[in-house]
Ligand binder design. Structure first.
Ligand SMILES: NC(=O)c1ccc[n+]([C@@H]2O[C@H](COP(=O)([O-])OP(=O)(O)OC[C@H]3O[C@@H](n4cnc5c(N)ncnc54)[C@H](O)[C@@H]3O)[C@@H](O)[C@H]2O)c1
Length: 396
């Protein structure tokens, strides 16, 4: 058995490394030639992932090789795991172009008896429709008969990816029974797989996880506003309310290419008012925090506003769907002079990627918005507490 992992990103590379660590030969495929070279030289391109550095050093160019030749990799391997991103466009519709491109290359090297597993989070039905059709059309093979096709959702979280393979059950559902069995046997070699009835069940289970979290954060956000109305300390109330049936999550913004994206897969297709309201409520939180900034600076024209925490969450260098970007553009639209700071990004990266000035003097700011939990700035922020909008309750 030789496994190809297509897409060596924050999700795909830890998976490839974990498989290699079980002694199975892995050929990773990525369009990014620089990343491919790094892996083949035993260098970890995703620094923020604990434990990954050691695995890449140990297995790079040995059990784990990398390539940009997608068709060649498909020809050499008999199990193919696809884990490239799926984004939504400005109308919140999924853009399948990256997945389609990866599948088209794969289909050109696909052979009889091969096993294909999609791990990217997708709208329900994608595996048995788009994936099956794309692979069949180009390969002239029949899915479920000539080759096997299943879905197994990636459930890691950057920062905990390696350990989660050991802890989390890996759902596996095929487009037919044979596909489920074949994929299950493969996953047994490096994870803890659990069979579900079909690919659709596995797809919805993953989307549901994201929706569950989004809706619960929305509830926390609403309760936060309610507490404020009654002059109750939300954080004290949250702890006091905790018992067997009640665990209020932390309020705040929901960013990133997961939780804020997946609900749209359902909202686009179905009448799901609770899920839709939760999504919109969470997206609207930037306006709520913005009003707090306005209360601090009053009518001052061109006020200087610092935004601390620019990636979508602390510890992950990823700006896709970061709410800080939405916040910056809201502040700028309202005529504020915006500065940014994030320990993950250099001064140049901040100025070029986030289109703000670099924040190096907290004292010069009229107000500061703290978007992520970054305790390294806590003592400095404590000194100007009245000017800070503390989204993550870091200053307590
Ligand atoms: N990162 C996470 O915490 C996480 C958690 C759960 C699920 N996921 C799932 O994993 C998917 C991928 O996320 P990620 O965080 O790894 O993304 P990422 O942006 O970190 O990496 C994606 C990688 O895919 C590569 N790529 C793009 N098109 C390709 C192609 N045609 N062939 C080969 N490689 C290609 C890119 O060069 C990049 O290296 C997400 O869409 C999501 O469904 C991610």
């Amino acid at each position: 058995m030789k496994i190809s992992v297509i897409g060596l990103g924050k999700a795909g590379l830890p998976l490839a490394a974990v498989i290699a660590d079980k002694g199975i030969g892995v050929l990773g495929v990525d369009l990014d030639k620089n990343k491919v070279d790094m892996i083949d030289n035993g260098i970890n391109p995703i620094e923020e992932e604990p434990g990954l550095k050691e695995l890449i050093k140990k297995h790079g160019n040995k059990k784990l090789k990398a390539t940009s030749d997608a068709i060649g990799a498909a020809k050499q391997c008999n199990v193919h795991i696809v884990i490239v991103p799926l984004f939504i466009d400005e109308n919140k519709k999924p853009d399948f172009s990256i997945i389609k491109k990866a599948l088209e290359s794969l289909s050109k090297g696909l052979k009889k008896k091969d096993i294909v597993v999609l791990e990217t989070t997708v709208p329900v039905g994608t595996t048995e429709n788009l994936v099956k059709n794309t692979l069949e059309r180009n390969s002239k093979l029949k899915a479920g008969i000539d080759f096997y096709l299943a879905y197994s959702p990636e459930r890691i979280m950057t920062g905990y990816s390696i350990s989660r393979y050991k802890e989390f059950p890996k759902l596996v559902g095929g487009i037919n029974k044979e596909s489920t069995e074949k994929a299950f046997e493969v996953y047994k070699k490096f994870s803890k797989p659990v069979k579900v009835s079909n690919a659709r069940t596995a797809e919805l289970a993953k989307v549901a996880e994201g929706v569950y979290r989004d809706a619960n954060i929305a509830l926390a956000n609403e309760l936060h506003k309610v507490a404020e109305h009654y002059n109750v300390n939300f954080w004290e109330m949250k702890e006091a309310a905790k018992h067997q049936y009640c665990n209020i999550l932390e309020p705040g913004n929901v960013g990133g290419h997961c939780i804020g994206v997946y609900p749209w897969f359902l909202i686009n297709e179905l009448d799901v008012p609770l899920i839709k309201t939760a999504r919109e409520l969470n997206d609207d939180m930037i306006n709520y925090y913005f009003k707090k900034i306005k209360n601090i600076v009053g009518k001052k024209v061109n006020a200087k506003i610092g935004v601390i925490g620019l990636s979508y969450r602390e510890g992950v260098k990823e700006k896709a769907y970061s709410r800080s970007i939405a916040m910056i553009s809201l502040l700028k639209k309202n005529g504020y002079d915006v500065y940014g700071l994030d320990p993950l990004y250099s001064k140049e990266e901040i100025e070029n990627n986030f289109n703000v000035k670099y924040l190096n003097d907290f004292g010069k700011m009229d107000a500061i918005m703290v978007m992520n939990k970054l305790p390294e700035y806590k003592s400095k922020l404590m000194k100007i507490k009245n000017k800070v909008v503390d989204v993550k309750n870091m200053l307590k």
